[in-house]
Design a protein around this ligand. Structure first.
Ligand code: IDP
Ligand code: MG
Length: 145
């Protein structure tokens, strides 16, 4: 999900481009503004952290662009393309390493690849089943052996 800072800074197109060019398949997308309840649910794992209030205030502060990408090893590859949580520790070439400087303005959210159910849970928070499209890219034979 492109966070409010990424949307305000006009980075949606570049971020979509990176995932598309990598070969991932877009199966869902939604431009929306998160309300307080959804923010609390989305970041429930952080509710006891000192930065929780700042985080939910920020994520509800403007529109976000939520996406569902599919492909081989997709969750982990998206995390690698995002970089580290802190943009200051993120390698150039990653989204956070190219576009961010500050931990609290790190441009993008991605589901946790180490937490097995997190992508499925988060997709369920943002999308109804009929908003996800089951389709095949014509170039799959050239992406996968
Ligand atoms: P992630 O976004 O890389 O998965 P998480 O640890 O899940 O990182 O944290 C969620 C979000 O909370 C981060 O993207 C960042 O915006 C914010 N955050 C994480 N740790 C801190 C912190 O120590 N101070 C302030 N904000 C933080
Ligand atoms: Mg996380």
């Amino acid at each position: 999900m492109v966070k409010p800072d990424g949307v305000q800074r006009g980075l949606v197109g570049d971020i979509v481009d990176r995932f598309e060019t990598r070969g991932l398949t877009l199966v869902g997308a939604k431009f929306t503004q998160i309300d307080d309840d959804l923010a609390a649910e989305h970041y429930a794992e952080h509710e006891d952290k000192p930065f929780f209030d700042d985080l939910t205030t920020f994520i509800t502060s403007g529109p976000v662009f939520a996406m569902v990408w599919q492909g081989q090893d997709a969750i982990r590859q998206v995390r690698r393309m995002m970089g580290e949580t802190d943009p200051a520790d993120s390698a150039p070439g990653t989204i956070r390493g190219d576009f961010g400087l500050d931990l609290g303005r790190n441009v993008i959210h991605g589901s946790d690849h180490e937490d097995e159910g997190s992508a499925e849970r988060e997709i369920g928070l943002f999308f109804d089943e009929d908003e996800l499209v089951d389709w095949e890219q014509v170039n799959e034979d050239w992406l996968y052996e």
